[in-house]
Design a binder for this molecule. Structure first.
Ligand code: ADP
Ligand code: MG
Length: 362
């Protein structure tokens, strides 16, 4: 295992044109601690696979350096980096048996037969492949093939890092859940450094101790699931994490108040007023709004649809035409009524061009 450091990494598939728009990765400074369980979360096309491939050596970055502990590996080929990578779609040798597929990375490194059998048996049990070990991989379903790929990624204990690139895409939902818990258990057991790429927030939040959120070639926040929920550093994080996501309203700022249309919302902190081009927004999660039909405190809203989302009830309300989602719990809010909306001040965040503003204590 190793601590992995990315220093000023940027990558363009069309060479160093100097035009930031050509860069799939804009500028990254990140350290992955030895033994950490990380998720790399972001929408399709934001640069997740590019980043993984730079770590494994399938790609050399246009700019910046990669270190494994204190050793620079920026242009070292994959074989010399000692990493394991599991891709979105199965990579298996069709003519080999399942056993031989799993054993391959160990055989390649001259591990002795007894140890290989022990390890293959252990992993086959974990992945529920015991009964398929003697079968040829050819003709197996995509699910089973992907489990073999996962097994191959996990079979060596001496790798610097295991990289998973949306590995559960072809797996059916029930099995997905099981495999995810298995991976988590395995991480606890062996302390592998794992980087798990996904565009699915549930997958990211259940797997990882720390989540790296990417958006348009940049890392917008690194944090625990709680941190991402409680204090999104970027409107994208607020919107992407949580369901429904954070409400984001265009606003201006006057001292310690946000001004939305003709309404003022107390913020508890003082913010810089917008200068010229800067776009200011007020972000508040549906969980941090209180809707009441009995009190006349707060902002007047009309109440639209109410949805049951798992154990939550979420009301869609309109503040002079601006839509917001509000968690209303089991109280007596009904659709079609008018009500009053109160913002939980410490959780009402101000964003300038998408980025969270700290403000100053009043
Ligand atoms: P993700 O894995 O988050 O979906 P990728 O890292 O695959 O994103 O892609 C990031 C950006 O780089 C996308 O705009 C994609 O179209 C582009 N890209 C990816 N691979 C290549 C490639 N081999 N050649 C040119 N552009 C690429
Ligand atoms: Mg990808």
């Amino acid at each position: 295992m190793a601590r992995i450091r990315l220093q000023n990494i940027a990558h363009s598939y069309v060479g160093d044109t100097g035009n930031l728009d050509d860069f799939a990765l804009k500028k990254l400074d990140l350290t992955w601690d030895d033994g950490g369980a990380y998720a790399l979360l972001g929408p399709s096309g934001c640069g997740k696979s590019t980043l993984l491939n730079i770590i494994s050596g399938l790609l050399y970055p246009t700019r910046g350096k990669v270190y494994f502990d204190d050793r620079e590996v920026t242009t070292l080929p994959t074989e010399e980096r000692n990493t394991a990578q599991v891709f979105q779609f199965p990579v298996v040798y069709d003519t080999m048996t399942v056993f031989d597929n799993l054993a391959f990375p160990l055989k390649n490194r001259g591990v002795d037969g007894k140890e290989i059998r022990r390890r293959v048996t252990e992993l086959a049990e974990m992945l529920d492949l015991q009964n398929d070990l003697k079968r040829k991989a050819q003709g197996l379903t995509a699910d089973v093939k992907q489990k073999i790929s996962l097994g191959r990624g996990l079979i060596r204990k001496d790798v610097n890092v295991i990289l998973f690139d949306e590995p559960l895409t072809v797996i059916d939902p029930q099995l997905k859940w099981e495999l995810r818990s298995q991976l988590k258990k395995l991480h606890k057991q062996f302390d592998f450094t794992m980087i798990y790429v996904t565009h699915d927030q549930t997958e990211a939040l259940t797997f990882a101790d720390e989540v790296v959120v990417m958006y348009e070639g940049e890392v917008v926040q690194v944090g625990t699931p709680e941190e991402l929920f409680n204090r999104p550093n970027h409107t994208f994080v607020g919107y992407f994490i949580g369901s429904p996501g954070m409400n984001i309203l265009p606003c201006t700022v006057r001292g310690d108040r946000a001004v939305v249309g003709k309404h003022e919302i107390p913020l508890g902190r003082i913010y810089k007023e917008s200068t010229g081009e800067t776009k200011l927004e007020l972000g508040v999660r549906p969980e941090f709004l209180t809707l009441s039909t009995s009190s006349d405190q707060g902002l007047p809203v009309s109440i639209g649809r109410i949805d049951d989302i798992g154990h939550l009830r979420v009301a869609q309300v309109s503040l002079d035409g601006l839509p917001l989602s509000v968690v209303v719990g089991e109280n007596e809010i009904l659709s079609g009524q008018s009500g009053h909306l109160v913002f939980d001040t410490p959780h009402a965040n101000i964003y300038a061009d998408g980025h969270l503003q700290r403000g100053e204590a009043v």
